[in-house]
Design a protein around this ligand. Structure first.
Ligand code: ADP
Ligand code: MG
Length: 698
């Protein structure tokens, strides 16, 4: 039996209780997982300090000596355990604030230990919670050169499973008789990239024999990790294209042509034309389209969506456009209805707030094919919503939807409809490759002509009067203004208070009837929200005070000024989205980021990035660096970024290499049947069998 496939509980030193903890805290259940649980760093354990060499600089040191006695010292709450530790040059204290009982019972007095940890200086040296190992055991352990430090959790530490313990577990597993690490890459790859063997890489990642071997091991293992992800994504994409049949939209019919010739209100940008071509090619093939359309705010994705929907209707199908908020759905509905008003098609709107009677009518008209385009929110996903013949589903601002919700759209016709997901949250290329490797990606990288870039300024609280004066000037020119407040779950009550306080202060400074103010936030009834929004859209109010509900998609070209309150509390992508609400008309637009004086270094970077660039992709790259891939919108749910060793940002070069290899191999050998690819095939099959995390649906 393959030892690596058995539960970790069988490894010496683990047992059922620890196995459970490892599973809960680190997701380690099989020996295979433990072997692939890599150290996050290494400590040079070649050097030993003497107590009289210690310096008060908080560094990690390793000392050999003996514990001469132990005592418990009462403190305000509970007590701490203090040990006197001596070597031939002096003495110091070891201190424990927790786990004293275990230490007291297990520590051996006057027998040499190797201790390791950070020293503190306060009336003499001490070391809190040292790592300790009997000198004899230390000598025989594998890890004396560079000691691996494994990521751990507080809970594990409280249960006395330190990284040292984990190292011991790994060591025990590696020493188990019969354990072997099969090669997972082909000789072709190994030769060309000069990789060391799998077994050697595994041994040296845990217990490096030298810095050089460690570097080589890391390099190989990172590649391997990225390579298998890419292999899965690309393979899935190929399989989708072969297996998932789609309805071919073969003709470019009357609606599309008439619209293009007579009703398109502007010339398409080259980027829009290119994307439309890509979409048409997909729709014309006999495979289901699964395409991601990325385009910065205001780049004109909607018109592309509409034209794709017209193609669907020309070919006898219905189309749907789903948006994450009611405001946005309504706006799409209004905009699209206007654009197609002279075409013989019926467009309807379905939302949570749609009244029962109207809803029934819509359901019926969808089923008998009278409605051609249905626009709406999550309400579209309900089982009751059935189509006569849905051919195309478009999802706007896709990161707002869960995977499961998107999957529901697949089931609305016999064959799955073509899917186009649109996002204005630019995803750095590196990330997109990993996250959406199974989707085809189109990018609108050009704004419609005549747009003036938004000027962005950072202002502090003390400059508020000037900012209010500026608002008055803009309104005097006939423009409209957004004032946005942060709203996050954790501090919701406080945030609402800030919003209302802010609203009142604006109402004082901008008195009616000269000024009219709208307010929109999440606690209002949908009908009230719509009413307020409507007034702003129609230009009846000059100021819109809101929380981030207006972040997504809202289009009021006459609004030329965006004030963002407590801007330091917003994330970069959110700031960028908000700023995208202005600069949609011909006028010069402004975005003012208001902040307090106290700023963290990350906040400073965010605000500086915003004032220095308007490029969504550049901003996304900074965001990725600041937050790491795990926090970028939409990545959490996919699990794709739970990488063990590679780093999407830092190993971006290697990611490309891995992707190219994966492509090359699959082109030559789509089912990995060639003898030379046998190791890859084996590893790949194990991976998809045991781990189901790459379960993307789009
Ligand atoms: P987004 O990509 O953010 O969804 P929209 O589709 O809402 O952008 O388009 C933003 C604005 O730009 C809309 O008012 C739209 O009518 C306009 N627009 C889109 N494409 C063009 C174009 N090629 N030329 C001029 N204006 C355009
Ligand atoms: Mg949009």
């Amino acid at each position: 039996m393959d030892i690596l496939q058995s539960p970790v509980a069988y490894v010496k030193g683990i047992g059922p209780a620890r196995a459970k903890l490892l599973e809960q805290e680190l997701g380690i259940s099989k020996c295979q997982d433990l072997i692939h649980f890599f150290p996050s760093r290494y400590i040079d354990r070649t050097r030993y300090f003497k107590i009289n060499q210690l310096q008060a600089n908080d560094s990690e040191v390793q000392i050999i000596g003996v514990v001469t006695h132990l005592r418990s010292v009462k403190q305000k709450r509970g007590s701490r355990l203090v040990a006197t530790f001596k070597d031939d040059t002096g003495q110091m204290e070891l201190v424990w604030f927790q786990g004293a009982k275990w230490i007291q019972e297990n520590i051996k007095l006057n027998i040499p230990y190797v201790i390791f940890g950070k020293t503190k200086y306060y009336n003499g040296f001490s070391m809190p919670h040292p790592e300790m190992e009997l000198l004899d055991a230390h000598k025989s352990s594998l890890s004396t050169v560079m000691q691996p430090v494994y990521p751990s959790t507080e809970k594990l530490q409280n249960k006395n499973i330190s990284h040292k313990t984990i190292s011991k577990m790994v060591q025990n597993l590696m020493l188990t008789s019969g354990v072997s690490f099969a090669e997972t890459l082909s000789n072709e790859i190994k030769d060309q990239l000069r990789f060391i063997d799998k077994a050697e890489a595994i041994l040296n990642i845990h217990f490096p024999k030298s810095q050089d071997l460690l570097t080589k091991s890391r390099y190989r293992l990172k590649f391997e990790e990225l390579f298998f992800i890419q292999l899965q994504l690309i393979r899935k994409n190929i399989i989708n294209k072969q297996k998932i049949k789609g309805y071919p939209f073969e003709k470019v019919g009357d609606l599309f042509t008439t619209f293009y010739k007579n009703y398109l209100p502007f010339e398409l940008t080259n980027a829009q034309k290119r994307v439309l071509k890509e979409v048409r090619k997909d729709l014309g093939s006999h495979a289901q389209m699964n395409r991601l359309l990325q385009g910065d705010v205001g780049s004109g994705k909607t018109i592309v969506a509409l034209m794709a929907m017209l193609l669907a209707i020309d070919n006898g199908f219905q189309a749907t456009l789903m948006a994450p908020t009611a405001i946005l759905a309504k706006q799409h509905y209004d905009g699209i209805s206007e654009l197609v008003q002279d075409l013989p098609i019926r467009v309807s709107l379905l939302m949570g707030s749609t009244k029962a009677k109207a809803r029934r009518e819509i359901h019926e008209a969808l089923e008998n094919g009278q409605i051609h385009i249905i626009i709406g929110t999550h309400a579209l996903l309900e089982d009751k919503v059935k189509f006569q013949n849905l051919g195309l589903a478009i999802i706007d601002e896709q990161h707002r939807f869960g995977v499961a919700q998107r999957a529901k759209l697949w089931k609305k016709n016999t064959l799955p409809p073509h899917i186009l997901v649109m996002t204005a949250t630019p995803i750095p290329r590196t990330l997109a490759m990993s996250l959406y490797g199974d989707l085809d990606v189109s990018v609108i990288d050009e704004l419609p002509p005549g747009r003036k870039p938004v000027t962005t300024l950072h202002r502090f609280e003390g400059q508020r009067l000037k900012v209010f004066y500026f608002i008055k000037e803009e309104i005097a020119k006939g423009r409209q203004v957004y004032v946005v407040y942060p709203l996050i779950k954790e501090s919701e009550a406080m945030d609402y208070k800030d919003l209302m306080d802010g609203y009142e202060s604006i109402a004082r400074d901008f008195p009616s009837p000269q000024y009219q103010i709208s307010i929109v936030h999440g606690q209002m009834k949908p009908a009230d929200k719509d009413y307020e929004m409507e007034r702003f859209v129609k230009g009846e109010t000059q100021i819109m005070v809101a929380t981030t509900v207006i972040e997504v998609g809202v289009n009021v070209p006459n609004a030329s000024l965006m004030i963002i309150e407590s801007a330091e509390r917003f994330g970069l992508s959110q700031l960028h989205q908000l700023r995208g609400r202005v600069g949609r008309g011909a006028e010069q637009s402004y975005c003012v980021l208001m902040s307090g004086y106290k700023l963290s270094s990350d906040s400073k970077t965010r605000l500086e990035t915003m004032t220095s660039t308007n490029d969504g992709f550049e901003i996304a790259e900074v965001d990725l660096k600041l937050r790491g891939p795990g926090d970028i919108m939409g990545t959490q749910q996919s699990g794709v970024l739970n990488l063990r060793i590679a780093d999407i940002v830092k190993d971006n070069q290697l990611l490309k290499v891995a992707r190219d290899w994966a492509k090359k191999i699959l082109e030559e050998d789509p089912n990995l049947e060639l003898l030379k690819n046998a190791p890859i095939n084996l590893a790949y099959r194990q991976l998809i069998q045991h781990k189901n995390i790459w379960n993307y649906i789009s």
